[in-house]
Each structure stands twice: as C-alpha cells, then as structure tokens.
Ligand binder design. Sequence first.
Ligand SMILES: [Zn+2]
Ligand SMILES: [Zn+2]
Length: 214
Amino acid sequence: MRYQIVPVTPFSQNCTLLWCEKTMQAAIVDPGGDLPQIYAAVEAAGIDVKMVLLTHGHIDHAAASRDCADHYSVKIIGPHKDDAPLLAGLPKQAQMFGMPETQPVEPDQWLTEGDKVQVGDIELQVYHTPGHAPGHVIFFDESSRIGQMGDVLFAGSIGRTDLPGGNHQQLLDTIANKIWRLGDDVTFIPGHGPTGTLGQERATNPFVGQGAQG
Ligand SMILES: [Zn+2]
Ligand SMILES: [Zn+2]
C-alpha cells in the first residue's frame, strides 16, 4: 500500500490518500476540507478514487466528506455508528470552532470491529477504537504494516478526550488493548502531525508509553 498525506483545514488534519500500487485504486481518508488540494493530490498521484473513509465524526475530518464523495461518485464508509450524533451535529461543531457553516453528514455505510475494507488488492482491517470519539475507527493494512489511526495516537501525544463523547480511560484501554497489539514495527499515520512507529511511541510517549505507567 502506498499513501500520501494532504494536511487540510486550520487544524492541519492529515487527510490521507491510500492506494493499491497494482490497481491504483484508492481511498481518501478524512477529507475534512480544502478539497481543491485533495483533488490536485489525487490527480498528481494518478489514482482512481473508489471510496471516502472516515475515522470519526469531528469537523476537521468529516466536514467535506459528502462533497468529496459526490465529486468522485463514491460512498462514504465509516466511522462506527456511535459517531452518528457527531456527524449529525456537524453544524454545531462548526459554530463551536468558528468554522464555516457545515451540513450534517450521513455515511453510506457504518463500520464495526472486525470489518474489512477492500481497496484494490489491499484489505484494510477495521478496529473500533473509542475514547477520543465514541465511534472512532482505525484502518490497518497488515501486509504493509501501516495504520491510519485518526486521533487515537499522535507522535508524542494522544487524542484529546474533553470533547462530547470523549472518555480518557476508554482511550487508554483502546491504545493498550488494540493499538499496541498491532506490533512495534507498525507505521502509524495520525490525524495530526508527523507519522511514527508504534514501537517508538510505546517506548517514549509521555501519556501511554512505558514511562507513563511508572
Ligand atoms: Zn478528532
Ligand atoms: Zn482531528
């Protein structure tokens, strides 16, 4: 699997193009805004967009998802249905963060733990990873050992849990029970900031790394 990050919105959210090198079929993960930049990146990569995927229902990840899906005549897949209230409440989120007016989003398909999403020859594994948002999911490609983690884990930090539906203990459990188990060698693409490896975070992350438990 290949990927390219396109930072979008005032929150520098990592919209990610994921694609199968063999078929050039692609998914756009979290097109939160700045669609012209996303479309230009798609064109430059020469990829064939087959779906829009959402990790969770926050505005910087989901606000432009319907326009993006319509542009390519594809479906919005994900997140878990527990994020339905957040997606229905996108207009409220826009007010809260002082962002331009936004329409509610209703995905074409919800995801749940254990689901698989096929992008060309790539099979993405879906994990339900609540804590930052109740319906948060991540997408993991076993063969390339790359995961799109949304706002669960960042290089040197973790997702905030003070927004509606956030739960700090749940996020710690998600990371301990689902994220670390993917393996130290896994490269993760976070929702914001630089990529990293799970091994590096497990060793040094001040919130959930080895030092944090001591
Ligand atoms: Zn978020
Ligand atoms: Zn975010």
